[in-house]
Design a protein around this ligand. Structure first.
Ligand code: NAD
Ligand code: GLY
Length: 360
């Protein structure tokens, strides 16, 4: 299959998002074509490096880009200042200059931390995303949210900083553990629910082929998600209003992640539960029919996402909501559905409906 490209239109900060299978082998050529020059530092981890680092390094070196590999420890517990410091130490010890291009090779954690390092190293250097998880390809590598965690909360320290290129090689997903792929599908389904009913039906009709990583439907999935995300980010880069739609299921999902201590569920699994709760609340608001709710629940279930919501008290949920980044003037905001394919952001929810939804 040939490479396809989408342009994320952000004026002077616009960038291409490339899609294809095996395209990491042409990354150096592509960078040259885009007029890039300089040294590169490829930031990755011990899980991803043995899988793809050599191929990326080969392509860069044969096209004249010197490569400094930087290996970080794997896992959300390492998405912190100490790990960020490893990147700065390696760059400075190797006298890397302002023309350095940082390349994130890995999942969302590598992408977020590398992007933040790029935003601040020597007051900002160029960076490229090579996302290797489904979640990173359809969500975190696009849109410029970068950052690290603080002991008091996830992703609290960071910057909006856009990459110069995103290279989505679908071939990298073949080595991804199944549970990670399924968790990424929660974010995929999210795009259909908030923006595109036809895409939602496409997912339902082609689920088996998608889960088997069949190249044509899989590329359509990743491309459609990036197109929807790109459109939303182009309209509201800094999340003043409609970018919040991308958080469908996340207010409930973040509460579930925080109440379960972040070590039982993958992010996408908690988001799937959160989307089910947000759909239930939409139904209670009279905005979603029972039949629509069931169709959503069926697709989430058939994808293999866990949907048994751990039990917590209403007070525990409300307390977790109050710490959500989306709280405005003390009121949690929710993304709800007015029908499949149409997400809306609202803080205007009758308390008894929310309570009944939490008591389920
Ligand atoms: P991750 O980066 O932890 O990757 C999941 C696991 O898969 C890791 O162990 C990783 O090393 C491994 N891995 C990566 N690629 C692989 C491959 N091709 N084959 C085998 N193993 C592979 O998790 P994730 O789900 O990609 O990202 C989660 C992070 O993304 C969170 O920190 C979250 O906050 C962040 N995020 C950011 C945004 C954003 O807009 N910036 C959006 C959503 C999530
Ligand atoms: N992942 C949500 C956003 O990028 O806004």
């Amino acid at each position: 299959m040939t490479m396809e490209t989408l342009l994320l239109d952000l004026g002077s900060r616009s960038y291409p998002i490339d899609f294809g299978t095996g395209i990491i082998d042409g990354i150096g050529e592509r960078m040259k074509q885009l007029g890039m020059r300089g040294q590169t530092a490829v930031v990755t981890n011990a899980v991803v490096a043995p899988l793809f680092l050599e191929r990326v390094k080969n392509s860069l070196e044969t096209t004249g880009f010197p490569v400094l590999p930087i290996l970080l420890p794997d896992g959300e517990v390492h998405k912190n200042f100490a790990t960020l410091q490893i990147i700065f130490d390696r760059l400075l010890e190797n006298r890397m200059e302002r023309s350095t291009i940082l390349i994130a090779l890995g999942g969302g954690i590598i992408g977020d931390i590398t992007g933040f390092a790029a935003a601040s190293f020597l007051r900002g250097v160029n960076f490229i995303q090579i996302p290797t998880t489904l979640l990173a390809q359809v969500d975190s590598s696009v849109g410029g949210k970068t950052g690290i965690n603080h002991p008091l909360g996830k992703n609290l320290i960071g910057a909006f900083y856009q990459p110069k290129l995103v290279c989505c090689d679908l071939g990298t997903l073949t080595t991804l553990p199944k549970r990670e792929f399924v968790a990424g599908m929660a974010e995929v389904i999210k795009y259909g629910l908030i923006r595109d009913i036809d895409f939602f039906h496409f997912l339902a009709d082609n689920l088996e082929a998608i889960m088997a990583l069949t190249p044509i439907p899989l590329q359509r999935v990743v491309q459609t998600c990036c197109a929807i995300k790109g459109e939303i980010v182009a309209a509201d880069e800094h999340e003043n209003d409609q970018r919040a739609l991308l958080n469908f299921g996340h207010t409930f999902g973040h509460a579930i992640e925080s109440l379960t201590g972040y070590d039982q569920l993958l992010h996408g699994e908690a988001v799937a539960m959160g989307m089910l709760m947000a759909s239930d609340l939409s139904r209670r608001m009279g905005w979603l029919s029972d039949a629509e709710f069931e169709t959503i629940e069926n697709l989430l279930r058939q994808t293999g996402l866990p949907l048994t919501i751990p039990r917590f008290t209403t007070e525990a949920f409300l307390d977790a909501f109050s710490r959500d980044k989306k709280v405005r003037s003390g009121r949690p905001r929710f993304v709800l559905l007015k029908g499949v394919g149409h997400g809306v952001v609202t803080a205007d929810i009758p308390e008894e409906l929310l309570t009944r939804c939490l008591e389920q």
